[in-house]
Design a protein around this ligand. Sequence first.
Ligand code: HEM
Length: 179
Amino acid sequence: MLSGPRLLIPVLSVVAMGAWGMSIAAGSTYTFDAGIHRLALSAHVLAMVLAFGAVIVVDWVGFLWLIGKRGLHDTSRLESAAAPLIWMGLVGLLLTGAFIRPDITNPATQLKMCCVLGLMLNGISLIPAMRTLHALPGGTMFRDVAANLRARLLVALVLSQGFWWTAIVIGFANSMSRR
Ligand code: HEM
């Protein structure tokens, strides 16, 4: 059954890789006129605000829990409320990216695309760890969590921020250099 994490993670990962590949393939194949390009670029930025805005809040509250300033309850409730916003924003980024012609021969763009895939797979691979967290009592502090889960969460936090910031900075840098 799909609800078992054993199947869920590989299925979601394949879906994410497929969507990522199709977005890049379509983006680098088709050229749209300037009006559509401008509109899609604005929607691209809006989708980024939606997804990254939610990611920042989730990562920040996760960090506050990590340093003992918030209970687990706050973190896990916020995470489950924000997850649909993050995935909607990501779908928007992949969709709009397909209309704005990424230059995949540019090494910076290649790095950006690797970060985009990386941040999606990082998010998907976190599902079992988040389920474990949700099952713990609300008052659980970071130091009470098993060491391997703590390490897993720390790595995920660093990867999430690293991938997002790299993709965003390269996106703006590419845009500026094309003007
Ligand atoms: C996490 C996912 C992504 C983030 C955070 C992101 C972020 C950004 C940002 C901040 C910009 C600058 C917008 C501006 O200057 O107005 C941008 C531009 C752009 N993005 Fe993305 N993007 C993502 C995914 C994608 C994808 C999947 C594609 C294509 C398949 C794509 C293609 C482009 C293109 C073509 C531009 C215009 C700059 C250029 O000519 O390279 N982006 N992106």
